[in-house]
Write a protein of this length. Structure first.
Length: 508
């Protein structure tokens, strides 16, 4: 009788745990493999396969062993398995980091498959719950539809809660691994309640989950280089602050790119942010140096470009920095000294922020690309058109594009799309980094115009950058006029994955 009273709560908790596990799996993988469409696709597809297998197995077991204690044992084992995944997966995920470092495709894919397969057993066991519960609750054929409807409605209600709780509360507040441990403990506790007192041995499962929780490694992921200063899982991804010598670096998600640098010994970094300083030179030839008055940076991150603009041009320039993740903005203030009075941070998605603005700017910098994976809605003709509409006559749009030493496919795609919107598009390579800056002009501009304007730059910091552009940046008009990305078709993630795979298998 006691077990039957716990049966429906078990259905609800199992539904909640199945979705909680899915979100937990995605966030467990994010610091190592990113959050691309393909990672999500593999994960969701396999979860659905596991659930389907569970439905079949659960139905057969229910017909063969139609007893409550069998179902509660199944869910107890599922909870135990979920509880040990965060502990067992940690050394496997560290191996994937080594695979990225050694550029070993086999090791990276092998560890990804190993971690995803670890979720097979608990999800299959959770898939057994609904058909098993229907069999136990069914009294006669005439009420079979109502019984099945109640069970699936209750399971789905649990799944809804299992979606909202991790996303809006548990993961941003406590982290992925404690979230998985919490779901595991609740599932084990309900299972023990259904088995008590006949099978007291299963109470030890709760102790194992608690011990796994206690012995979780203190850090989420060690840095590839340097000393870890800070790390956090935010609502948008994984954040690391790493100190390497005199430099403080912002690392996001899988850590294959540096998103901001603060170096108290040097304002210039040698990175793409430096080359954003001279964007205002990409205009028709001027009679004297022309300093920008208003700059918008879409993708503020740690504020490297904003800090450089403030240092180079002083209070004469007003800088608006848009950053989608408030936790990154907090990191920018705490570790990257983003405290200039003429820098105005805004927490928002860059494109939707543009939609709400009437202001116009001399320069709009687009550094919102969390490389290697890029939000597709910031790569399209429609987005670049919105940017153009927020530029003053003569204004300049700047895009920071990643590449390898010889693979310019992403540069090609973004420059081709910008060429559909801007009269002239220029390219400047960053010698120290694998990046190319793409400059789109709102007026027709010649290469001679840009070279003339760069020679006029006198601000000490910006002057050094201007000279670098002329000497080592391979300044050129973009030759690319290929596929134009649109809101309907922007296969940027597929392109990025192809570039990464080509690089990892020997291409450069």
């Amino acid at each position: 009788m006691r077990a039957r009273r716990v049966l429906l709560p078990l259905v609800f908790i199992s539904g909640m745990a199945s979705l909680g596990v899915e979100f937990g799996a995605s966030r467990l993988l994010a610091p190592y493999f990113g959050t691309s469409l393909y990672v999500w696709g593999v994960l969701i597809g396999l979860i659905l396969i596991y659930l389907s297998v569970g439905y079949v197995i659960g139905g057969r077991l229910a017909d063969r062993f139609p007893r409550e204690d069998v179902l509660f044992q199944i869910t107890a084992w599922a909870g135990l398995w979920i509880g040990i995944i965060p502990l067992v997966s940690y050394p496997i995920l560290l191996a994937s980091q080594q695979g990225f470092k050694e550029i070993s495709v086999g090791l990276v894919l092998g560890t990804l498959l190993a971690v995803v397969l670890m979720f097979a057993a608990p999800v299959i066991l959770l898939g057994c719950v609904s058909p098993f519960a229907i069999r136990l609750l069914l009294r006669d054929v005439e009420t079979g539809g109502n019984t099945a409807g109640r069970v699936y409605a209750l399971s789905t209600a649990g799944s809804i809660l299992g979606t909202f709780l991790p996303v809006f509360w548990f993961i941003p507040t406590y982290g992925t691994r404690p979230t998985l441990e919490g779901f595991a403990l609740v599932l084990v506790a309900v299972s023990i309640a259904g088995l008590w007192p006949r099978r007291r041995l299963y109470a030890s499962f709760a102790a194992v989950v608690i011990l796994a929780w206690v012995f979780l490694p203190s850090g989420i992921k060690p840095p590839q280089v340097g000393q870890l200063v800070y790390e956090k899982e935010s609502a948008y991804g994984y954040i690391q602050v790493v100190r390497d010598g005199t430099k403080t670096e912002l690392i996001l998600n899988e850590g294959e790119a540096v998103h901001s640098i603060y170096d108290p010994s040097s304002l210039l970094t040698g990175g793409p942010w430096d080359y954003m300083l001279v964007a205002n030179s990409f205009r028709p030839a001027q009679a004297s140096e022309l300093s920008p008055k208003d700059v918008a940076i879409l993708g503020l991150a740690g504020g490297t470009a904003a800090r450089q603009y403030a240092a180079a041009y002083g209070d004469s320039v007003q800088i608006t920095g848009v950053e989608i993740d408030p936790d990154i903005l907090d990191v920018a203030h705490r570790y990257f000294h983003l405290d200039e009075p003429n820098v105005h941070p805004v927490v928002a998605d860059a494109r939707y922020w543009l939609d709400t603005q009437a202001a116009q700017y001399d320069v709009i910098v687009m550094d919102a690309y969390r490389q290697p994976y890029i939000p597709f809605h910031l790569t399209t003709r429609e987005f670049f058109t919105e940017v153009r509409d927020h530029l003053r006559p003569g204004g300049v749009a700047v895009v920071n594009a990643g590449r390898t030493r010889s693979d310019y496919r992403l540069v090609d795609a973004l420059a081709s799309t910008m060429a559909a919107v801007y009269p002239t598009v220029f390219l400047v390579d960053v010698p120290e980094f694998s990046n190319t800056l793409i400059y789109g002009t709102t007026e027709p501009v010649s290469l001679t115009d840009v070279e003339h304007n760069l020679s006029l730059v006198k601000e000490p910091v910006a002057q050094d950058v201007a000279q670098n552009v002329l000497d080592a940046g391979s300044l050129r008009v973009s030759p690319y006029h290929d596929q134009v990305f649109t809101d309907d078709l922007a296969p940027v993630e597929r392109l990025i994955d192809e570039i990464i795979f080509s690089y990892a298998t020997g291409g450069r």
